[in-house]
Design a protein around this ligand. Structure first.
Ligand code: ADP
Length: 378
């Protein structure tokens, strides 16, 4: 073989080896990309450092949590200026695991982070790794749970106290009460029992709706029909309060008629309860673009601006209505809101305090699909 032939063979072999190496590198790169993708999919932030406290890996969640980009290769002290974090990594580099909590600002919000750092002695390039968990949500949920328990106990205590005092009066005066007093005490007991039952019913209804455990029978539904039925149902209560209804307009929406009736029933019940005696409740129904809109207006005390968002929270009642001794659990509007949200609707309130409140509900109109069925227009 000529010199020329030999060198050509060598060249070809070198080229093969080079291609082989490139393929291996590619495979390694690909594997690394998959590994990084896997890490990016983690719900927790992950940061790995080498023995010199330089960043080797930072997954997407870490970068999002701390608003950090381009951190690979940089010193830990440049990436995070939190002494707790340094100390936890120090301990990890010395061989022990540790957990710390600290707060960081992200925009206007403050986030509480839990960091778990551990040593990684078996790895060549990584000396320590840490997971960062945003525990703000857990803390918020814990706060909601505590509030719920205290609100619930508060709501239960009032009717329970009423029941206890009535029972004690009955016991202490057996055989000595006038028939009128006896009757009155029994009425009080029945009323307080009713309050407790309503509270439990409302609560279980709310938890069913909130858990999304609600099957909806969505179809084109005429709002006017529902309102006309309700006006009839409320005739007795309205007469007691000398309330007159004015109903106008109509619109077809895509909704569950039974659930809509439940939502409107709460709103009309409130308009009667909080609208004061001798007044008019105006219910107008219109179409507005892709939505059907119903406005339920009363002429009562109205709702101060600062309360307008709060009244949709569970158990929330404006103090004044408590003192007026209007029966209610404070759950009606929370239930109503969730019922409407699940039907892709919305609820708002407008009010000029002293002149009444208007609750405005919007629901999507139905549109016909090519298959001849209908669905929501939004
Ligand atoms: P409840 O009526 O059982 O107290 P809701 O959740 O239905 O509970 O209402 C929450 C609170 O919002 C009421 O306690 C009342 O203070 C206020 N509110 C609701 N509707 C009206 C209204 N139409 N006018 C004035 N205040 C209202």
């Amino acid at each position: 073989m000529s010199m020329f032939g030999k060198s050509r063979d060598l060249l070809a072999q070198l080229e093969r080896e080079r291609d082989d190496l490139a393929a291996r590198l590619d495979a390694v790169q690909r594997q690394r990309a998959t590994d990084l993708q896997l890490l990016d999919g983690l719900g927790e932030g992950l940061l790995a450092i080498d023995g010199n406290r330089h960043v080797v890996i930072a997954n997407r969640r870490f970068r999002d949590l701390f608003g950090a980009s381009d951190v690979i290769g940089r010193a830990l002290s440049e990436v995070l200026r939190v002494s707790d974090v340094f100390e936890a990594f120090d301990r990890a580099l010395e061989g022990s695991e540790s957990t710390v909590q600290f707060s960081v600002r992200s925009g206007v919000a403050e986030r509480k982070i839990e960091m778990r750092a551990l040593p990684l002695p078996s790895s060549d390039s990584i000396a320590a790794v840490a997971l960062f968990i945003d525990i703000s949500t857990i803390e918020r949920l814990e706060q909601i749970r505590r509030n719920f328990i205290s609100d619930f106990s508060h709501e239960v205590r009032t009717p329970l106290a009423g029941l206890r005092s009535a029972v004690e009066t009955l016991e202490a005066n057996t055989g000595r009460l006038s028939p009128e007093d006896d009757q009155q005490l029994r009425r009080i007991m029945a009323r307080q029992l009713g309050r407790l039952e309503r509270l439990v019913d409302d609560l279980s209804e709310l938890s069913r709706i909130e858990s999304g455990d609600l099957t909806l029978d969505m179809r084109p539904t005429e709002m006017r029909k529902i309102v006309d039925d309700l006006v009839e149902d409320f005739a007795d209560l309205a007469a007691q309060h000398r309330v007159r209804f004015v109903v106008e307009g109509g619109a077809t929406v895509y909704a569950d008629a039974h659930r809509l009736l439940q939502a409107f029933s709460n709103l009309i019940d409130n308009a009667i309860k909080y609208g004061g005696d001798d007044h008019i409740i105006t219910i107008s129904i219109r179409e507005d673009g892709g939505a059907g809109v119903i406005r339920i207006r009363d002429e009562g005390e109205g709702i101060p601006r600062s309360e307008r968002e709060k009244i949709f929270r569970r158990f929330y009642r404006i103090d004044k209505s408590r003192s007026q001794d209007i029966p209610g659990s404070g759950l009606g509007l929370a239930i109503t809101k969730h019922l409407l949200l699940q039907q892709r609707g919305s609820i708002d309130v407008e009010s000029e305090p002293g002149k009444g409140a208007t609750f405005i509900v919007r629901l999507p109109k139905p549109v016909a699909t090519p298959a001849g069925r209908s669905e929501a227009s939004r």
